[in-house]
Design a protein around this ligand. Structure first.
Ligand code: DAH
Length: 337
């Protein structure tokens, strides 16, 4: 019996060591209910009482040896499997990847930021106002009462009788005067709306940037200086600025402002339509009525204001001849900037 047990041990251990397959089959074969070792133990009844403990001890040692070998081999198999997977799934991090397509800032947003930077550099704050606006801030507080003819040129989309989509960022002027005390020095960029048909120079939605400065002793000279600084930073140090008398209800005096054509230097070309000058904005000294409605004493304070179209600046700077390009989201166009 002892020889049988040792033979079982020998066989089992060498099988376990040699196999790469599932160890469970081997365990059942030797240690299972109908296994070879179990069969030997069943026969122990025939042994003499002296032999029994000796054989019993050997049988236990054999079972322990087989179990230990099974456990050790299982660990080995697991480690080998992991090694194989690590080799198979190895990633070469030095292989160049597929580049992700990265977009970039839209030309309107880009020019807007450039304009903001210039004014921030001159000490202006950026202030925003709502696009859905009261008639009061868009018109009345800007010295444009109901029935004023200036409303005809700025027809817009009405939400109700006194709420509309703002036609101009000038609406932020009145809002700012209500919430800030002078000295005020702000620019306000944003979307504005008009019920205009789409063509090369018109869109029912476009962008403006408003400027407002109010303090003691502010003059037209300050307005000229600020706009000249802006124009030269935006279009080049050679740029000249020209003021033409104009009328806006919320400024007095008012002016339309041109810059010398930066494409031809003023000689006249396609960009400036032979004029040598390009109109870029409207401006003026804030009307006393506007200051008064904003709760600011026009005897004590004065101010200037200006408003310009951001699309117009972008079109001039990038030589874009049709405004529609800016809204059609054609990547062949947009990737050029
Ligand atoms: N809001 C005017 C427009 O949309 C532009 C403008 C002109 C703004 C004169 C001003 C200004 O602040 O003083 O046509």
């Amino acid at each position: 019996m002892k020889e049988t047990l040792l033979k079982i041990r020998e066989e089992a251990l060498s099988q376990i060591r040699a196999t790469d397959a599932d160890l469970e089959a081997i365990r059942i074969r030797y240690l299972g209910k109908k296994g070879e070792l179990t069969a030997v133990l069943r026969g122990m009844g025939q042994l003499t009482p002296e032999e029994r403990p000796v054989v019993g001890q050997i049988a236990n040692e054999v079972r322990e040896a087989i179990e230990a070998e099974l456990t050790a081999r299982a660990e080995e198999q697991k480690a080998a499997e992991l090694d194989a997977r690590l080799v198979k799934e190895k990633v070469d991090v030095t292989v160049p990847g597929t580049p992700a397509l990265v977009g970039h800032v839209h030309p309107i947003a880009r020019i807007q930021r450039e304009m903001e930077e210039i004014f921030i550099g001159m000490g202006f704050d950026i202030v925003e106002g709502p696009e859905v606006e009261y008639d009061y801030y868009n018109f009345q507080a800007l010295n444009i009462p109901p029935d004023h003819p200036a409303r005809d040129t700025q027809d817009t989309f009405y939400i109700s009788e006194n709420i509309l989509l703002r036609t101009q960022t000038s609406s932020v002027q009145a809002r700012t005067m209500e919430t800030r005390k002078p000295p005020i020095r702000i620019v306000s960029p944003g979307r504005v709306y008009r019920s205009d048909a789409v063509d090369a120079t018109h869109s029912p939605l476009f962008h403006q940037m408003e400027g407002l400065v109010i303090d003691k002793g502010v003059t037209m000279g300050n307005l000229k200086g600020a706009l000249e600084m802006f124009a030269q930073t935006m279009f080049g140090a050679e740029t000249k600025v020209r003021f033409r008398p104009h009328h806006f209800p919320f400024t007095e005096p008012s002016a339309e402002v041109d810059v010398s054509c930066f494409a031809c230097g003023g000689k006249g070309c396609r960009l400036c339509k032979g004029e040598g000058w390009i109109e870029i904005l409207g401006a003026g000294m804030v009307h006393p009525n506007v200051l008064t409605m904003g709760g600011i004493d026009p005897e004590e304070y004065s101010g200037f204001a200006f408003g310009m179209g951001i699309e117009r600046i972008a079109m001039l700077k990038y030589h874009i001849d049709d405004m529609r390009h800016l809204y059609e989201n054609d990547v062949r166009f947009l990737t050029q900037f």
